[in-house]
Ligand binder design. Structure first.
Ligand code: GLU
Ligand code: MG
Length: 440
């Protein structure tokens, strides 16, 4: 006897805990719900990563929303090894009359993209580089970054690349990274909203491939206090209305055009307040420490992996035009942050810098942790918040960053995160890393 399996499609939203949640329908009924979506509820935004709901929260037990699939954003692959295809469609959360819900993170990113374009004519091209560690695979030891490091796990990497390609995320490079059983995947640059969708799809596809094998992929920023961190590095560059790259200027500082410089200056100005939006867990702050190649100061660096904003190298082999590939990398993000929110924050902060026509920030080389107070302040270097609790306080205290959101969104975000911090009470760093390792 064969058991029939109905193919299902998940309509999803990614919440402030950076957990992708949703409802499944039979794939052949997708056209029927394309306009009205599936049901959802406001209180879900107060869910913590630990399967509890924050108390108090602004929502309570009443209220309903619709989650409308975005037909242009569908990620389907038959290559995860699961019994049925992986099929995921991110959506927008709307009120019952179709008006936008001010707390939908995908809508927040869409609106940031539209605001940047309307005010400046610019769009952000984005690529998300994600690191993760694999557990339970019992892989033989191998040198870090080695050929063997990837080959020992065969067919893991080829399967990931096949599944990601089939799903349309345009994977580029997969490597065995510096950490134990740590890997990294990149995708081709894309418009900001597409890149955020891809970041989510890549995580879920890799998780599923691992799950089917009886392994677990963890995108947590630190899986134990002594381990190498896993970052989510957000690469960005600016294009004008005609689609031409406008980030590079051969005569600008380290190649930055005046507009790119203002954009970066806006990010650095608001960085301490936006850190909670890009590094959103307690364990995130074990990674954001000096000498981790992660980032720890409001620092723009030329090809420096300790800087929060790293101006990336360009290649001139064969006379290539550097303006096409020139980009900047935001390194203070990790897998416990919602990618829509993180990229929205980068755009909003950059837009503040463009509006104020901020001058190019200093391009700093050297080790900020060894600099005197005077040197730090001459270079505009401020230490990023050192705990999630501090990061939330700095977020609430920056009226510009707080002003990017409806008060109820911030209340939900801060309330949930405060509850999350309390849920870890009594655990030491190792215990906290383990909690996050198990859920991200
Ligand atoms: N694993 C480092 C991090 O936590 C990054 C290493 C690299 O530069 O790729 O961000
Ligand atoms: Mg890396």
């Amino acid at each position: 006897m064969t058991i029939a399996l109905k193919e299902l499609t998940g309509i999803v939203t990614t919440d402030v805990a950076a957990v992708t949640r949703g409802r499944f329908i039979a794939t052949d009924t997708l056209p029927k719900i394309s306009e009205t979506g599936v049901g959802w509820l406001q209180a879900n935004l107060s869910l913590t990563p630990f399967n509890s709901i924050a108390h108090p929260n602004p929502w309570g037990s009443s209220g309903d929303l619709r989650l409308i699939p975005d037909a242009e954003a569908r990620f389907r692959t038959t290559s995860t090894g699961a019994a049925t295809p992986f099929d995921m469609v991110p959506g927008y959360l709307v009120e019952l009359d179709g008006s936008p819900w001010s707390c939908c993170t995908r809508t927040l990113l869409r609106d940031a993209v539209l605001a940047l374009e309307a005010e400046t004519g610019l769009t952000l091209v984005t690529a998300v580089e994600q690191e993760f560690q694999v557990f339970g695979a019992n892989l033989p030891d191998a040198q870090v970054l080695s050929f063997e490091g990837l080959r020992r796990a065969d067919s893991f990497a080829p399967q990931i690349m096949a599944a990601l390609e089939e799903a349309g995320v345009e994977p580029e490079v997969i490597i065995s990274e510096f950490g134990r059983d740590q890997f990294e995947v990149t995708h081709a640059p894309a418009p900001a909203l597409v890149a955020a969708d891809r970041a989510v799809a890549i995580r879920e596809i890799i998780r599923e491939i691992c799950r089917v094998r009886g392994w677990r992929a963890s995108f947590a920023p630190k899986t134990d206090p002594a381990s190498v961190g896993s970052g989510v590095h957000i690469h960005f560059s600016l294009r004008d209305r005609g689609g031409d790259p406008v980030t590079y200027d051969a005569n600008g500082p380290a190649g930055l055009s005046p507009r790119a410089a203002s954009f970066c200056a806006g990010i650095l100005r608001h960085l301490p307040a936006m850190t909670a939006l890009t590094a959103s867990s307690v364990s995130s702050y074990y990674r954001l420490r000096p000498h981790n190649w992660s980032s720890s100061y409001t620092w723009l660096g030329d090809k420096d992996r300790e800087a929060t904003l790293r101006i990336c190298p360009t290649v001139s082999i064969g006379g290539r035009d550097p303006s096409k590939s020139f980009n900047i990398e935001y390194r203070a993000a990790d897998g416990t942050a919602n990618p829509y929110l993180a990229i929205a924050a980068i755009i909003r902060a950059g837009l503040e810098g463009l509006r104020a026509e901020l001058p190019a920030p200093p391009i700093v080389s050297g080790d900020p942790s060894a600099m005197s107070e005077a040197e730090l302040s001459a270079n505009g270097l401020v230490r990023l918040p050192e705990t999630l609790a501090d990061a939330l306080d700095v977020l609430k205290a920056d009226p510009v960053v707080a002003g990017w959101f409806e008060p109820i969104f911030l209340e939900t975000f801060v309330g949930m995160k405060t509850y999350e911090i309390a849920a870890l009470d009594g655990l030491d760093e190792a215990g906290i890393c383990q909690r996050y390792r198990e859920v991200y």
